[in-house]
Ligand binder design. Structure first.
Ligand code: NAD
Length: 481
């Protein structure tokens, strides 16, 4: 087998200790790796580099496209940027993969049968950071879900399930409320699921799904969800395993992978030789399956499970009556190496196929052309007063091609025929639709309307054109509209 080049960073705090342990195990197991080291984290931040990574380190990352990363200490304040976010965004790592497993009866947990993987979309959703102050009292954040981004994460979830012998993929969204954005997420899930008849699929609303993960995690296998829901549910799931410190995670792009432990640099125990290297070991197993060295991955995983099963535990998971030996990092590492080639007796034995070149996603489906027709415009206005007063001022500005259809406040229709009880903040949405449905609305008509409103002292904060796509509205109706 030819050696796969990888980039390694030893990080801060306990990073160098657990990376040492992990590299020893990788070597003893026969992983075929050509290692390049880069420096990241505290020392780099201290040299005044705001994102904690030198320009030269990018050369190595771009060359190897595989990054095994120990945790780093992120400096507080001072305009420093998160290294993780920088790497994730710069390299297009669209999938965050976090297995959450309980190791009953060897590590204490309330959920003995838990073995699930959360695949979180990493680039879109509310994490684009597109936010606006719309008025004195109203702040808004834009949720962005795209078809290619969604297709990619769904493909990854099903390909991951297939490559890792998983049986079911559950999509979680809130499409009963966010019909357009989460609606697309759910719809693309259904489309892609149809290409994988060998894998069961289901959809759950995120709220009940999260509750079920907290209470019955054994019902799940692979979960795929959007960025924000994934952020929350992966912490819920990690917590209920009972062993947050035993988590590995990966961030995957089309042609790039970053692998690490879930935990941080634990400065409180750094240099003491007592850190548990398991999170990074499990991260390195994910790396091996990603680069197509599944056989070595399984060998290490089974030896690690056997060690846990035998009761050789580091201090933070050691429990009298359950564990046998309380060991430090070096002895734990030695115990895993001694067990290479053995399999666990009670915990499930792992198997990963050797896929040449690792996991590759099929290309995106070609974009389908749609007929797009401009049918109206929503205009945002700051106004202190009653809906009827606003409607009277606005109606004085409309003319024959665009009529005021409704006014909403915080998403609820307040004119015409709003409920007097509805609370109104100081930012309003005016919806203008074409009069009749024959003619497409012209941009010049919208500009003329805005000009008349401006002259009437109705200063708009934003405008959004309303389109039909193949005759279907590309916008939602307001609550009560
Ligand atoms: P932490 O995960 O480092 O530590 C939380 C607690 O868990 C500590 O008591 C620690 O001793 C313990 N712990 C963590 N890993 C352990 C291990 N492998 N073995 C035994 N005990 C372990 O979280 P924190 O204290 O909130 O953060 C410390 C630093 O790590 C911060 O600077 C934070 O920004 C950074 N951090 C980095 C990453 C990363 O690089 N991916 C992730 C999270 C936090």
């Amino acid at each position: 087998m030819t050696k796969t080049p990888i980039t390694v960073a030893r990080g801060d705090g306990i990073g160098p200790e657990i990376m040492d342990a992990t590299l020893q195990i990788l070597e003893a197991a026969g992983a075929q790796l050509d290692i390049e080291e880069i420096e990241i984290g505290e020392a780099v931040y201290k040299r005044g580099i705001k994102n904690g990574i030198e320009d030269s380190a990018w050369d190595s990352l771009r060359r190897t496209r595989v990054f095994l990363k120990a945790p780093i200490t992120t400096p507080q304040g001072g305009g420093f940027k998160s290294l993780n976010v920088t790497v994730r965004k710069s390299l297009g790592l669209f999938a965050n993969v976090r297995p959450c497993v309980s190791y009953h009866p060897f590590v204490r947990t309330n959920h003995p049968k838990m073995d699930l993987v959360i695949i979180r979309e990493n680039e879109e959703d509310l994490y684009g950071g597109i936010e606006y102050r719309q008025s004195r009292d109203v702040m808004a954040s834009l949720k962005v879900i795209t078809r290619p981004g969604t297709e990619r994460i769904m493909r990854y979830a099903f390909e991951y399930a297939r490559a890792n012998n998983r049986k079911k993929v559950t999509c979680m969204s809130k499409d009963n409320i966010m019909k357009i954005s989460d609606g697309l997420f759910h719809r693309v899930f259904d489309e892609i699921a149809a290409d994988y008849p060998d894998i069961e699929n289901e959809h759950m609303i995120i709220d009940i799904g999260t509750a079920k993960v907290a209470n019955r995690p054994d019902l799940f296998d692979v979960i795929v969800t959007t960025n924000l829901y994934g952020d929350i549910i992966s912490d819920v799931a990690a917590e209920v395993t009972g062993s947050v410190g035993l988590g590995g995670s990966s961030n995957i792009g089309l042609d790039f992978g970053m692998f690490e432990a879930v935990h941080g640099s634990a400065p409180d125990i750094a240099g003491k030789g007592i850190a548990n290297p398991s999170g990074l070991i499990l991260g390195s197993i994910m790396m091996l399956t990603h680069i197509g060295q599944g056989g070595v991955a399984a060998k290490i995983h089974n030896a690690w499970l056997k060690t846990i099963e035998y009761g050789i535990h580091t201090g933070e998971i050691y429990r009298k009556g359950i564990s046998k030996e309380n060991v430090g990092t070096a002895d734990f590492t030695k115990a895993v190496i001694e067990r290479l080639g053995q399999e666990p007796e009670t915990l499930p034995v792992k198997f990963y196929p050797d896929v040449e070149g690792g996991l590759k996603l099929p290309p995106l489906k070609p974009a389908v052309e749609v007929k797009k027709e401009r049918v109206g415009v929503d205009i945002g206005i700051n106004f202190d007063g009653k809906p009827d007063e606003l409607a009277a001022k606005v109606n004085a500005c409309v003319n024959d091609n665009l009529k005021l259809q409704m006014i909403s406040n915080r998403g609820t229709k307040v004119w015409p025929a709003g409920q007097p009880e509805t609370f109104c903040a100081d930012n309003w949405r005016l919806r203008f639709m074409r009069d009749g449905d024959s003619q497409e609305v012209k941009t010049s008509q919208v500009i003329a309307l805005m000009d008349r409103m401006n002259k009437a002292d109705l200063n708009f904060t934003k405008s959004v054109m309303l389109y039909n796509y193949d005759g279907q509205p590309g916008f939602t109706v307001a609550q009560g509209e």
